[in-house]
Design a protein around this ligand. Sequence first.
Ligand SMILES: Nc1ncnc2c1ncn2[C@@H]1O[C@H](COP(=O)(O)OP(=O)(O)OP(=O)(O)O)[C@@H](O)[C@H]1O
Ligand SMILES: [Mg+2]
Length: 209
Amino acid sequence: MEELGIRIGKGAEADLYRREDKVSKVRISKAYREPLLDQHLRRTRTRREARLLSLARRAGVATPYVTDVDNQTFTVEMSFVPGEQVRRLLPSLTREERRELCIRIGEAVGKLHSANIVHGDLTTANMILHRKRIYFIDFGLGGISDAVEDKGVDLLVFKKVLHSTHYRYEEECWEGFVEGYSNTYRNSAETLERLRVIAKRGRYFPERA
Ligand SMILES: Nc1ncnc2c1ncn2[C@@H]1O[C@H](COP(=O)(O)OP(=O)(O)OP(=O)(O)O)[C@@H](O)[C@H]1O
Ligand SMILES: [Mg+2]
């Protein structure tokens, strides 16, 4: 694996390596999964991630460039995005800056949903601010869907992250997010209403293997 570069991260499902201006995301095997299912999931998520990164950019949302996809090693190679993870950045901002950033996040998610792109893991760890643009990464659990339900689940994941990780300024962030989302996505009212219904149902997350 040396040719992949220096390991910069280890997620639940993938190892990340950086070499110069490239990042390789390698989906690793999970011992608890039945081997054929394991391969199937790694392959699907690798492909999906590469495809959605490109589709999202076409929809006007900043993403890393995909430079290679290897379905045998379950690897997506993409450009390295320097900058600051939104999760780490949020606490250091002023109230106004934070609101502004969340409006911009809402606008980006509005663009994704307008293009029927569901991210699947809308957390602040999956957003990087670089040169005043918010880059979205980690689309492996995403998909193409016009279902209100899927978009509502996307919103709920984000809302829950604000509640758990950014609870001190949860409200101002959520308000900003909703403002940006509503200004960008035509069916925002319907999706926000569904979010409330899903939250009440208590079915917070889609199934994950
Ligand atoms: N193209 C990139 N440029 C810069 N940093 C990146 C890039 N891709 C990933 N990272 C960093 O590595 C971390 C983990 O990457 P990513 O979110 O894609 O994997 P993960 O959360 O382990 O994935 P999964 O949820 O699919 O298992 C990110 O939070 C980010 O800090
Ligand atoms: Mg991630």
